[in-house]
Design a protein around this ligand. Sequence first.
Ligand SMILES: Nc1ncnc2c1ncn2[C@@H]1O[C@H](COP(=O)(O)OP(=O)(O)OP(=O)(O)O)[C@@H](O)[C@H]1O
Length: 372
Amino acid sequence: MEIQQIELVHFRNYQELNRSFQPGLNIFVGPNGQGKTNLLEAIALLSGSGSHRDARDPDMVQWQEEFYRIKATGLSSAHPVTLELAYGGERKKLARINGRKLRRMAELSDAINTVVFSPEDLSLVKGSPAQRRRFLDRELAQASPAYGDVLSRYSRLLTQRNAILRGIREGKAKPAELELWDEQITPLAVEVLARRLDGVARIAPHARQIYRGLSRDKEELELTYRSSFSLPADRGKWPQAYREKLIERRAEEIARHATLTGPHRDDLQLYLQGREARLYASQGQQRSIALSLKLAEIAFIQQSRGEYPLVLLDDVMSELDPTRREQLLADLDRRHIQVFITTTHLQAFPAELLAKAGIYQVQAGQVSQRDS
Ligand SMILES: Nc1ncnc2c1ncn2[C@@H]1O[C@H](COP(=O)(O)OP(=O)(O)OP(=O)(O)O)[C@@H](O)[C@H]1O
């Protein structure tokens, strides 16, 4: 989808905003703390996978107000689309596509997908396994809303199972109660695992090819998914292997009142020239890997959805060196992807791109269009 217009009411520091955008590059420029990222966050929320900075809904409602509302109109394959997302008041949370009320927020990704690239992504290689799992999960949920569902059901069961483990340790629950939870969590754990493995298999060739380009054919990037238990070659045997592992580690789990096996303990491993990038890659190589993963995510969503996602670059321009910055912008421009960028100054942008970009000055929750 391409966003043509957005309306915000009581969202963060926007009392009311109504702004049109253009198809290609849109740049939000302004000093710190004026609302550039807030605007990007509102766009990211429309794709149904939550705030890219993990904010909760109450924190996004403008202070002293009761609700926020985000509405966007645009085009998807030349058809007009209207998206609405509201939180607060009596209905709590509500989303609509073309006036049709959605049962789940994740269904928003049927209409619009976003890929967000922010400075935290640059630490994807060195960061925690949780950060890499989150990268993978966000991407898979965009490609398939059903994945988001499975993942949240798995997370809920995990919390409940951990509470039982704590109960057993405190003498309030019996070990036999775990059987029921293990039975319920197993198919979900196996499904998350299978979808992640398939996802990695599909993005790996894109990431490899993009990285090869960035390193001028000198280096090879490899992605592998590390599961917290060994996986039999036959997928039909995964549930049994998982259950056996749960039983094997039961005493340890009760002692630590935590589930120690499952997709919440897995990792996406990155190798450069056969060596683990987390341990050996230089700063510059790590940035190129992060960039390759993000560009691979864009390609993966395009392949899964038949349409490019919107790309949101939050404060990332000044973090990239001129070569990587220009490669990224030229790549997005060539594919006619709609891009929203936040920046404090415009020096980082090539003049020919500025000449065709929409440039918006953001100041204290007001957004005005300006010339380059
Ligand atoms: N719920 C809220 N209600 C009102 N204002 C809020 C709310 N949440 C955040 N803000 C305000 O929004 C501003 C931050 O906006 P934002 O994060 O978009 O900054 P930015 O323009 O991207 O700045 P930077 O360049 O530093 O990243 C702050 O002034 C903050 O006080």
